[in-house]
Design a protein around this ligand. Structure first.
Ligand SMILES: [Fe+2]
Length: 279
């Protein structure tokens, strides 16, 4: 297996990953180490069907809970992230987010495997939430370590959310629900158990308010913090090829889907793995 770093401690390409039974456990261990170091990995030239993706995902931990999205028939942990050539709805996942951060125990890893990619557009952009914390001054760190962030799915999956306005061209199975109005509080600065790193756990889709230790809102800081994370020089925009399998750590990166491929189909398979209470 060959690992090629994209940027210091943020993202890598992996070539030569083999799912053959004789080496897969050794390769999975190497990928886990790379994920721990780089926060997301791009495994190239691999071809998995839904059963194979579930099987590989399960080697990284238990399946997480995926609300609001319909799974594939016969593969209850696999979601088809797809868009049809003639679709006119908003691009799925097109603003910065960490998957399912509104859950009490949000997922740790997302696996996304490209089956059909358009010749233009459709990239996924990542931003490094640990680097954003590292760039903060001691004063900022002191202030923000006491902040709790309110997360909810309401703006996306609620009865008045983005997906409630979909027209019939949406290819993905998305369920709008009152449950999406529920909310949770997570620490704004979370510590990554395995590495001890600190990460800014916030995103503009699901984080709707910030509370200080007196339970006073400091929500006006949300945009500032998102800007800190998404400085252009700390982003990576991935152009997909069919056969890529990207695994990212939702605790340490945020991501967004780019459009720009109207008139083309795009199909990826997704599983989410592991979950924990942010601390
Ligand atoms: Fe996402």
């Amino acid at each position: 297996m060959i690992i090629q770093e994209l940027n210091t401690n943020f993202g890598c390409y992996i070539d030569g990953f083999d799912v053959a039974s004789s080496v897969v456990d050794e390769h999975v261990s190497e990928v886990k180490r790379a994920l721990s170091k780089y926060k997301f990995v791009v495994i190239r030239d691999i071809n998995l069907e839904p059963a194979g993706l579930e099987n590989l995902g399960s080697k990284f931990g238990p399946f997480a809970d995926d609300p609001y999205l319909g799974c594939l028939d016969n593969y209850k942990h696999v979601i088809e992230v797809k868009r049809d050539a003639r679709e006119t709805t908003p691009i799925f996942g097109s603003d910065w987010h960490s998957d399912w951060s509104f859950q009490k125990t949000p997922p740790i890893y997302t696996f996304l495997h490209a089956k059909k990619v358009p010749p233009v557009g459709g990239q996924t952009t990542f931003a490094d939430c640990v680097a954003a914390y590292d760039r903060m001054s001691p004063n900022e760190r002191g202030f923000f370590k006491k902040i709790r962030a309110k997360h909810t799915a309401a703006k996306a999956y609620g009865p008045d959310g983005l997906f409630s306005n979909d027209d019939s061209t949406r290819a993905m199975k998305i369920r709008v629900s009152n449950e999406a109005n529920d909310y949770v509080y997570h620490p704004l600065i979370r510590t990554i158990t395995e590495t001890g790193e600190k990460s800014l756990f916030i995103n503009p889709v699901y984080t709707v308010d910030l509370l200080d230790s007196n339970n006073e809102s400091v929500g006006c800081k949300i945009d500032d913090l998102i800007r800190k994370i998404t400085m252009t020089e700390h982003q990576f925009k991935l152009s997909w090829d069919a056969g890529y399998l990207v695994i990212w750590d939702n605790r340490r990166v945020i991501h967004k889907a780019e459009g720009g491929y109207d008139g083309y189909d795009r199909i990826l398979l997704r599983v989410t793995i592991g979950s924990e209470i942010p601390k």
